[in-house]
Design a protein around this ligand. Structure first.
Ligand code: SIN
Ligand code: FE2
Length: 218
């Protein structure tokens, strides 16, 4: 059940899938009904594997705070980007991926045309107001035949959906609470990023946007 205040006042109703480009499908509001359960599961993960701002190979601290669940977690440090089975902060495995998260990823991928998607990695991104993500490709995964499933919760953001060259002008896709975006197949290696999140508070998350990206990394 969705919180009636959240559903009626702040979020559009769940809508029809929108094909943004071949292989890229927006599922508006696909996670609205499950949002309270998803957020409870996320809070439990973050209590065990706290959010942290990682540094890039170049030594810059990322504005987005991150954690992971699943068999593999995405990390960045002075050695570069990679997937790792252990959380380097705790020298312990990442928390397991809760069934409610895995089910959302698999169902969303199927709705977008990618049946049989079973993620082994879920990166949790927390954007405080002002946090952003520069244009990049997701290419640290073993198999580019597997899609990316991206869940947005809390404050809205503008997703930049680019082309296959860094310089290609991106399309601006507004993403709000409960939206799920899937890109795979011919869209798998498109550049993408997120504009700085605007100040605000959301009834479900407070003053932040949460983004979860599900991947088959290994
Ligand atoms: C990412 O590309 O990992 C994050 C995308 C998003 O925050 O919507
Ligand atoms: Fe990405």
């Amino acid at each position: 059940m969705s919180d009636p205040h959240t559903a009626d006042l702040f979020a559009p109703p769940a809508g029809e899938p929108q094909v943004l480009a071949p292989g890229a499908v927006l599922l508006p509001g696909a996670a609205l009904d499950d949002a309270p359960a998803l957020l409870a599961a996320i809070r439990d993960i973050l209590a065990r594997a706290p959010l942290r701002q990682m540094v890039t190979r170049g030594g810059f601290k990322m504005s987005v705070a991150m954690s992971n669940c699943g068999a593999l977690g995405w990390i960045s440090d002075r050695r570069g980007y990679r997937y790792a089975p252990l959380d380097p902060e705790r020298d312990a495995p990442w928390p397991a991926m809760p069934p409610v998260l895995q089910a959302l990823a698999t169902t969303s991928a199927t709705r977008a045309g990618f049946a049989g998607f079973v993620p082994d990695a879920c990166l949790i991104n927390r954007y405080a107001p002002g946090a952003r993500m520069a244009l990049h490709q997701d290419r640290d995964e073993a198999d580019f035949d597997q899609p990316i499933v991206s869940l947005s919760l809390g404050l809205p953001a503008v997703f930049l959906f680019g082309g296959f060259e860094r310089g290609d002008r991106p399309t601006r896709i507004p993403l709000g609470h409960g939206d799920v975006l899937v890109w795979g197949g011919p869209a798998r290696l498109r550049f993408h990023g997120v504009l700085p999140v605007k100040d605000g508070t959301h009834p479900a998350t407070g003053a932040c946007r949460l983004n979860l990206t599900f991947r088959k990394a290994g």
